[in-house]
Design a protein around this ligand. Structure first.
Ligand SMILES: Cc1cc2nc3c(=O)[nH]c(=O)nc-3n(C[C@H](O)[C@H](O)[C@H](O)COP(=O)(O)OP(=O)(O)OC[C@H]3O[C@@H](n4cnc5c(N)ncnc54)[C@H](O)[C@@H]3O)c2cc1C
Length: 394
């Protein structure tokens, strides 16, 4: 039991359930606006049991998933830069982004559309151009690649730490190793029970990642936890995979969609495959240790498309996506329970949005509304969607 533990029936403006990527940002924005906030996290801060670990996360302005993400991304960039200024930390590394595939594939064509719609700087490259400019890449010469110079990567664990430190400095109370057991409406507010005590609040933000359906039954089957694996391979030619020579990428090829990074933080080129092996899992019990099949899947793609990176394995790690049927986020008040705000911005591409999602959640806590366009993310659309599919984005 920690000394911050049993504060039976303590009362807050807002409780944040889950202090991972989104919850940490929400704690910061709530505290900065002067709200009395309690963040509750069942594991350590940060940790490697959920969705926000693995040293790097892509951030990009070119957004093939839907052009309407771009205004949110512009605000997310501003807020990440603001967090860097506040903390003196370098969290966002702008190395450029590549979105590549066949000319008609969504990854290339959708990225190009978002650049045109939002007047973003970009270059269209052939597979041969790409190889000449960035020799770590070896794509078929009839493929196309969109280069966008604002793309790059964030350091997720350090982003969470930065948000928690700034939240604490603004007065937030944050408890790690305290597991939420449940919540119930209490008048216009909520009562939250943990394995340490009971707390009351005017509002509850549920940012529980892969565990979200334990607290939001409406999302059972619609926010599907999926096992992912990340691999890092030692390049045979390390000079081709430095941040200066190797933009982050999204790549659509016949074997699937892959994403990857230059060497950073781990001594290897990093690659993952969207959906990996298509395994829907229970986050409480699944195969966390990567196996030979996981490694082989990622090594084969590396050898084919990034051959100079396919050296000895440096690290393998599992992680969890929380995937919705249309791969867009779920953000908004819980239908019928407006004092509970749900934040499930994953579907494999949420981390880059944490900073702006923290601001959106704070707007929703304060007024039930936000000036940001979150029209894609409402609960109501979930009822009309077809069955879940794989092939999500980063
Ligand atoms: C392998 C991989 C690669 C990815 N690549 C990218 C990328 O390149 N770019 C990008 O933008 N996005 C990427 N994503 C997606 C992105 O990382 C996620 O969208 C984001 O991290 C989700 O944050 P979250 O806060 O919802 O989840 P989490 O960070 O997992 O936070 C949820 C928190 O809730 C806590 N919690 C759950 N239950 C309880 C409870 N009962 N009591 C207390 N706390 C609880 C958990 O412990 C956890 O800390 C990737 C994801 C994965 C897995």
């Amino acid at each position: 039991m920690t000394d911050t533990g049993r504060r039976a029936e303590a009362s807050y403006d807002a409780i944040v359930l889950g202090v991972g990527g989104m919850g940490a940002a929400a704690c910061y924005h709530l505290a900065r606006r002067g709200r009395r906030v309690l963040g509750l996290e069942r594991f350590d801060i940060p940790h490697s049991m959920g969705s926000s670990h693995g040293v790097t996360r892509i951030i990009r302005l070119a957004y093939y998933e839907h052009p309407s993400y771009v205004p949110l991304l512009r605000r997310a960039y501003d807020l990440w830069r603001e967090l860097e200024t506040l903390t003196g930390e370098h969290l966002l590394h702008q190395v450029g982004s590549i979105d590549a595939g066949a000319e008609t594939d969504l990854v290339f064509a959708g990225s190009l559309a978002s650049c045109i719609t939002h007047d973003l700087a970009h270059d269209v490259l052939s597979g041969a151009d790409l190889r000449r400019l960035y020799p770590g890449y070896r794509l078929p010469s009839d493929y196309f690649a969109l280069f966008q110079p604002d793309g790059g990567f964030l350091e997720p664990e350090r982003c969470i730490i930065a948000h928690v430190l700034t939240a604490q400095a603004a007065g937030a109370e944050i408890h790690a190793r305290e597991r939420v057991l449940g919540w119930e409406p209490a008048g216009d507010g909520v009562r939250v029970t943990t394995d340490h005590g009971t707390y009351n609040a005017a509002r509850l933000v549920v940012s529980a990642g892969a565990w979200i359906d334990q607290f939001v039954p409406d999302l059972v089957g619609l926010a599907r936890p999926e096992r992912q694996v990340l691999a890092w391979f030692q390049p045979d030619q390390p000079a081709l995979f430095t941040p200066e020579r190797f933009p982050v990428f999204n790549l659509a090829v016949p074997e699937g969609r892959y994403y990857g990074f230059p060497v950073w933080g781990v001594p290897g080129f990093k690659i993952g495959r969207y959906g990996h092996r298509g395994e829907t899992v229970d986050p409480e019990r699944f195969q966390r240790e990567p196996d030979e099949a996981d490694e082989a899947l990622l090594r084969e793609a590396t050898a084919r498309y990034f051959p100079a990176a396919a050296g000895p394995t440096m690290a393998l790690r599992t992680c969890l996506f929380t995937v919705t049927p249309d791969e867009h986020f779920v953000i908004g008040p819980l239908p019928g329970v407006p004092q509970v705000i749900v934040a499930s911005p994953c579907s494999g591409h949420g981390f880059k949005f944490c900073s702006v999602v923290g601001e959106i959640l704070t707007d929703l806590v304060d007024t039930g509304e936000t000036a940001h366009d979150i029209g894609l993310f409402g609960f109501e659309r979930l009822a009309t969607l077809p069955q879940p599919r794989t092939g999500v984005a980063a």
